[in-house]
Design a protein around this ligand. Structure first.
Ligand code: 4NP
Length: 155
């Protein structure tokens, strides 16, 4: 069965859609089939497309995410996905708080995948500038390369 990865941030309109896009791009480049999705711990933006600045950042890397729609993380995600990566430590705590008693998914912090960045947040760019979205892209695409590297090593 295809391996499945879920990215989770707060709103599911800035960071986790970019992580989803970055991993899609890296998986395609590596020729690996992965099920990929993203969600938010909150539901304020459910049904909305990604923030326009996130859409623009993805487009700068050739990826159209205008069709993505935000949703809140749900209990079944912990059974449907093999890995759930939180974009920051607060997202990780919130995930643990809603996880079922016996999750299938391994739940962890995304930047723990990147040597030297363990324990750190992908900084929320929502109140930031275009540069902050570019920094988000750098972080999530580095982590996405690590995910693909692990999957390649284990196939
Ligand atoms: P995200 O960014 O968690 O990366 O999608 C945010 C989006 C919206 C809000 C906060 C962060 N908000 O407060 O509405």
């Amino acid at each position: 069965m295809q391996r499945a990865v879920l990215f989770v941030c707060l709103g599911n309109i800035c960071r986790s859609p970019l992580a989803e896009a970055a991993l899609r791009a890296e998986a395609v480049a590596a020729g690996i089939a992965i099920t990929i999705d993203s969600a938010g711990t909150g539901n304020w933006h459910a049904g909305n497309p990604p923030d326009p600045r996130a859409q623009a950042e993805a487009l700068r890397h050739g990826i159209d995410i205008a069709g993505y729609r935000a949703r809140q993380v749900r209990t079944e995600d912990f059974r449907r996905f093999d890995w759930i990566y939180a974009l920051d430590p607060q997202n990780l705590r919130d995930l643990h708080a809603v996880a079922p008693r016996r999750p299938l998914a391994k739940v962890g912090l995304l930047m723990d995948l990147v040597p030297g960045r363990e324990g750190t947040a992908v900084i929320d760019p929502y109140y930031g500038t275009e540069d902050d979205f570019a920094a988000t892209w750098d972080d999530v695409s580095e982590a996405a390369r690590r995910i693909v590297g692990r999957l390649e090593a284990s196939r």
